[in-house]
Design a protein around this ligand. Structure first.
Ligand code: DX5
Ligand code: ZN
Length: 218
């Protein structure tokens, strides 16, 4: 089984989003990872729903929308029309079960994201509702940060939990993914690699994507 790649639009040039989206399409990426930040839950702000909707009209790839916002339910409502999968952080909703059911009711794939300081015990009770667990391997808010090595243990623990619960999930890893960190991450159990700054720095994004996809077999 080869790992899938989700190129993060956060590292795109904001003045050329359409061109950079075309670059992602040509790269062989499996998804487009869209980081939505509200300036409250994280100290950065990004794409509004109109921008994402305009890009979606030009895209054949699934949009993997990662909400880093204080009021998850309000943003699920706003971003559902321009998303294929929606991932929320458990700290951003008063009622996690209800918010996940809300994402499902919109016909979207359901994801939960765990920060480096967040325990996986938070997702045990709702594990059966998930399609995706997004392991943050940096603190959320910015691209270009260094991979936190303790994330590997968390990936393994989620893989074990998935076996224990007999419920398969995608394990996506987000933050500091490059040709050095991808190998150990895939070995630990990741099935999707989110990568922004590493891939946008490549002259040929396609070669970077291929290198990440091969990382599991190294
Ligand atoms: C960070 C975002 C990431 C970001 C990763 O809060 O969730 O998706 O784009 O960027 P890199 O790959 O540069 O660490
Ligand atoms: Zn992200």
């Amino acid at each position: 089984m080869t790992v899938q790649v989700s190129v993060s639009l956060l590292s795109a040039n904001p003045a050329c989003l359409g061109e950079d989206l075309a670059r992602i399409h040509k790269s062989g990426s499996d998804f487009v990872h869209i980081d939505v930040m509200d300036g409250h839950y994280v100290p950065n702000m990004t794409f509004g729903p109109d921008i994402i909707m305009a890009l979606k009209k030009d895209s054949s790839l699934p949009f993997d929308v990662h909400l880093m916002v204080e009021d998850a339910d309000r943003f699920i409502e706003m971003y559902a029309p321009c998303s294929d999968m929606i991932t929320i952080h458990p700290e951003t909703t008063k009622h996690l079960h209800r918010s996940l059911a809300f994402i499902r009711s919109k016909g979207k794939k359901v994801g939960v994201s765990l920060n480096p300081g967040t325990s996986i015990s938070l997702i045990e009770p709702i594990f059966h509702m998930l399609d995706l667990v997004l392991v943050m391997s940096v603190n959320p808010g910015f691209g270009g940060q260094q991979f936190i090595p303790e994330s590997l243990e968390k990936i393994k623990a989620i893989k074990d939990l998935s076996r224990l619960k007999n419920h398969p999930v995608e394990i996506s890893v987000d933050g500091g993914i490059n040709d050095v960190t991808a190998g150990p991450v895939v070995k630990a159990g990741a099935t999707i690699l989110v990568s922004g700054s590493y891939l946008f720095k490549q002259k040929e994004m396609k070669e970077g994507v291929q290198r990440l996809k091969k990382s599991g077999s190294l």
